[in-house]
Write a protein that binds this ligand. Structure first.
Ligand SMILES: Nc1ncnc2c1ncn2[C@@H]1O[C@H](COP(=O)(O)OP(=O)(O)OP(=O)(O)O)[C@@H](O)[C@H]1O
Ligand SMILES: [Mg+2]
Length: 281
């Protein structure tokens, strides 16, 4: 507990150093999943139209994706983060949360996926995890989606939200809109199309209790995140402890003037073993 508190203090100090003000949500994620077994269902699905996606426990474990019934410290941290974020979002009538960071590999997708699962485990909400990092899409890898599952097709207006929406097994109120792995062809500029705004608007307005979690690209690598930020109601900023340079945090946050940054996640990768080999697909 002391360790958690120290880390939170450190996160607050880093936020202050980066010029972030206000009583924003801060969470520290510092443990990899222990791999608790079992699936849980949490009430009726949010969309009967979604296609079922069989998700293997091994795949989730390999990618540090925590199942809804996981009791590990990391899962508890995500539930804490979920509750704080949902309170802030409810107070402001917000539904769309973008998960962003300064650079690549800070842990955005891992945080976005685990947060979406934690939100969907709350019986009052449903969650949709949308992969709009079209340069390095990764949601499909975490959940084992196929090559035809591609939200970019909705942005190109060649497909519909209903046709692309997936329902992972054991996570009744979670929906996924993955982007095709390696599908960067034609990606530049796609998120700037009116169809992207229309997609987020459609997701948001169909169900009032739905939270949309957007897995975003890094802010400092290309302009997609800057294009997407104003389309979100609020943002969650991921900092990889021991990796993200302070100057990058400051620069990234300076760019985010229009959309409220609801909180900071200090993703502690440094004390953990290296990432395992990529999933077999
Ligand atoms: N807390 C953590 N501990 C250990 N490894 C982690 C942790 N968080 C993320 N990782 C690993 O770090 C790698 C990068 O994580 P992730 O894909 O979530 O980052 P990202 O910011 O989305 O990257 P990208 O910029 O490519 O989209 C992955 O292999 C992931 O499993
Ligand atoms: Mg990512």
């Amino acid at each position: 507990m002391d360790k958690v508190r120290q880390a939170l203090d450190r996160a607050r100090a880093e936020r202050a150093a980066a010029g972030i003000e206000g009583d924003r949500v801060v969470a520290t994620i510092e443990t990899r999943p222990e791999g608790a077994a079992g699936d849980t269902s949490h009430g009726p699905p949010s969309s009967a139209l979604a296609r079922a996606l069989a998700v293997g426990a091994d795949l989730l474990d390999r990618h540090r994706v925590l199942r809804p019934d996981d009791r590990s410290p990391a899962a508890q941290a995500f539930r804490m983060l979920r509750t704080q974020i949902l309170q802030r979002m409810r107070e402001n009538g917000w539904q769309t949360l973008g998960v962003v960071s300064a650079r690549s590999l800070d842990g955005k997708t891992t945080v976005a996926a685990n947060l979406a699962i934690a939100i969907a485990a709350d019986p009052r909400h449903t969650a949709v995890l949308v992969d709009l990092d079209l340069h390095r899409p990764a949601v499909a890898k975490l959940f084992g989606a196929g090559a035809d599952d591609d939200v970019a097709e909705v942005l190109r207006e060649r497909s519909t939200v209903d046709a692309m929406m997936l329902k992972p097994t054991g996570m009744e109120r979670l929906r996924l809109l993955p982007a095709r792995l390696g599908g960067a062809e034609g990606a530049p500029g796609l998120v700037a199309r009116p169809s992207c705004e229309a997609l987020l608007s459609e997701l948001k307005h169909r169900y009032t209790n739905r939270i949309i979690v957007v897995d975003m690209p890094p802010l400092l690598d290309n302009d997609d995140a800057l294009t997407l930020a104003p389309l979100c109601d609020c943002l969650l900023f991921v900092v990889a402890e021991g990796r993200t340079a302070r100057g990058d945090v400051t620069r990234a946050l300076t760019l985010l003037r229009e959309t409220p940054v609801i909180g900071t996640v200090l993703n502690n990768c440094s004390s953990l073993s290296p990432a395992p080999a990529p999933a077999q697909r």
